[in-house]
Design a protein around this ligand. Sequence first.
Ligand code: HEM
Length: 184
Amino acid sequence: MTDSVVQPTPSVRASQASVANIRELVEVFYRRVDEDPLLGPVFARELAGRWDAHLAKMTTFWSSLVLGTKDYCGNVQEAHRPLGDIEPQHFARWITLFLDTVESRYEPAAAVQFMEPALRIAQSLQLSKFGWDYRIPEAQVALLASLRRLRRGERETEAAEHLRDRSGATSFPVNVTDTGSEKS
Ligand code: HEM
């Protein structure tokens, strides 16, 4: 990886995701991955000479998921299929580093938007890697369940606010039936 100018821990957490702060999240997360004794060698081997492309792709991926930009086109399952030497502890470390990095950069409501899909995708990667009878660690299952509830709660609050904002609005254009034709 190349040298970075992004602060590992910002002094203020972002209240909302943006392409700019997602780019920084990705950079800081993969720097930690790269320096990690367990994950570092896997990524160094797989991404030798391709780090910049990976970081750009992951920025697009998270922007698509969290901001709905829809410009990620790839296959997450296929991308991980060739990684033969991945074990449960690699996932545990990936998840720990990711959640910790997100938590240090975003306020809770924004953090949940990253954490919930990360855990959901991790779970499906674990099941395809280790077999459908693999038992996902209980703490991970419980965390995903509470992140789901939080994320659903966020969406419901947003929807309620949206409805409240619109409650003073007129439902139909005023005088929609007044075509002026009766004036003659
Ligand atoms: C043990 C945990 C993991 C390891 C070791 C790992 C490793 C990798 C590696 C080496 C690549 C690059 C593949 C390539 O371009 O050749 C990759 C790509 C990717 N990873 Fe992971 N990964 C892990 C977990 C996750 C999780 C939990 C997510 C969920 C967000 C994720 C999302 C992605 C995505 C979106 C790509 C790009 C896929 C594409 O090429 O379109 N990874 N991962």
